[in-house]
Each structure stands twice: as C-alpha cells, then as structure tokens.
Design a protein around this ligand. Structure first.
Ligand SMILES: C[S@@+](CC[C@H](N)C(=O)[O-])C[C@H]1O[C@@H](n2cnc3c(N)ncnc32)[C@H](O)[C@@H]1O
Length: 223
C-alpha cells in the first residue's frame, strides 16, 4: 500500500442510533446547505437517483436517507455495506420490504465479504472525507469497489473537500471540529487529487464541484 499511514484511531461508531436520528437534519439539511453549499434535495438526491439501478450496492449507508427515497423495481437487488453494524441495522430496518443484503466490511481493509458479486451501480456518498489518510490511501476504496462493478456499471459519489475549497465561516468551524475529532479526515483533500486517483482506476471519469463538495461518477475500471 502506498502513501500515508492509516490511523486506526478513527471509529465509525460515532454513527450510533442517537446520532443517526439527527443525521438527516444536521448533515443532510443544515450542513449541506449552509456549510458545504450543496443541497441534498436539489443536487445530491437527484444525482443519487439518476445513477441508481436495479442491482445496487450502497457503500457507507449512514442513516439510509437516499435509499429510502429511491423508486424500487419489482426485481430490485440491493446490498448495503458498512463498517458499522448499527448503520447497517438502522438502514436495513428502514428498507426491510426491499430485503437488502447486508455486508459488514471495512472499505479500507476489506476481507472479501462481497465475494464475486457485481453491481450495475455503486454509491459512495460522504464516505471518502471520513476516511483517514491522504487521497492515495483513500483510493484503496476505488481499487476494491471497481472489482465489483458490472461491465458498463457506474460507481458514483460525493465527498466534502478540504481547506483548498475555501469554506465559509460555518463550514470552516465544522471542518476544524470534525477533523479534530477524527470524524472527518479531509483537510488536504482536493478535487485534483481525487481526479488523479479516479483516473488511475477508471477509464471514464467525471468530477464536478458544487459548493465545497466534489461529485463524481466513473465507469470502465482499469483492472
Ligand atoms: C457520513 S456517513 C454517510 C452516510 C450516507 N452515505 C450519506 O451520504 O448520508 C459515512 C458512512 O460511512 C461509513 N464508514 C466510515 N468509514 C468506513 C469504512 N472504513 N468502511 C466502511 N464504511 C465506513 C460510516 O459508518 C457511515 O455509515
């Protein structure tokens, strides 16, 4: 593995049941609009839906907000992957009529729990900025997930950029707080480095910036 060491201090257990109750309001409503300048309703949710398929993997499920709002098909296949069992259990509970498969896996040190499964669409929303290490370490996630993408499938997601994105006062305070608490590790994350790492793993890469958030979709893995 190249680059920076990965700190083992970070614990995704921050997303406990109580935090998940407030997550949609605090992160998806308040912070996305007022701190990161990227509306959940008008930007992220439509982007999630545009790429959502009948054979979907959601990596880093959080509260399950986006999935709850997807139009499910009769033959829908849905897999939820997270390192945190509480997130998996909360999201599975909300989506039980769609009978999702649940995989507890650390995206940075996967042990192959996805087996040979392949997906038409894989979402990776607001996970990269939580992961410890530089973008070259975070890109292990691309290396792992690309092996589970169907031919013609799409991996897509969003991540909050670091200080280079010029945050407003509220965003700057949140960045400092979350990075100090190791809830985020994104101070040095740039859209440029993200694009470089995505290009190392995929032949078709689209990265856009909305406010202080990078939104990406990639196809055709380089294996
Ligand atoms: C900020 S939440 C995002 C939730 C959701 N995707 C959204 O956009 O609302 C980050 C999620 O990624 C998960 N996560 C963090 N680090 C992870 C890792 N190394 N492997 C797998 N999941 C991880 C957390 O448990 C949490 O569910």
């Amino acid at each position: 593995m190249k680059g920076f060491p990965v700190s083992e201090n970070f614990d995704s257990r921050i997303y406990g049941r109580v935090v998940l109750k407030f997550y949609n309001f605090i992160v998806l409503n308040i912070s996305n609009r007022l701190a990161w300048g990227c509306s959940t309703r008008s930007v992220l949710l439509p982007f999630f839906q545009e790429n959502f398929s009948d054979n979907h993997l959601d990596a880093g499920v959080g509260s399950g907000y986006y999935l709850e709002r997807m139009p499910f098909k009769i033959n829908q296949s849905l897999t939820l992957l997270d390192k945190n069992e509480v997130c998996l259990s909360v999201a599975k509970g909300k989506l039980k009529k769609n009978r999702p498969e649940v995989i507890c896996e650390d995206l940075l040190s996967p042990v192959g729990r996805l087996g040979n499964k392949k997906f038409k669409s894989i979402s990776l929303f607001y996970v990269l900025h939580c992961l410890q290490g530089g973008m070259s370490v975070k890109s292990r996630v691309f290396d792992y997930l690309k092996r589970h993408l169907d031919e013609g499938g799409v991996l897509y997601g969003a991540t909050i950029l670091g200080y280079e994105a010029i945050h407003n006062k509220f965003g700057y305070q949140l960045m400092r707080f979350y990075n100090k608490k190791k809830i985020f590790c994104n101070g040095l994350d740039s859209a440029y480095d993200l694009t470089v790492e995505l290009n190392a793993h995929f032949s078709e890469v689209v990265v856009k910036r909305v406010g202080r958030v990078a939104i990406f979709s990639v196809r055709h893995p380089k294996i």
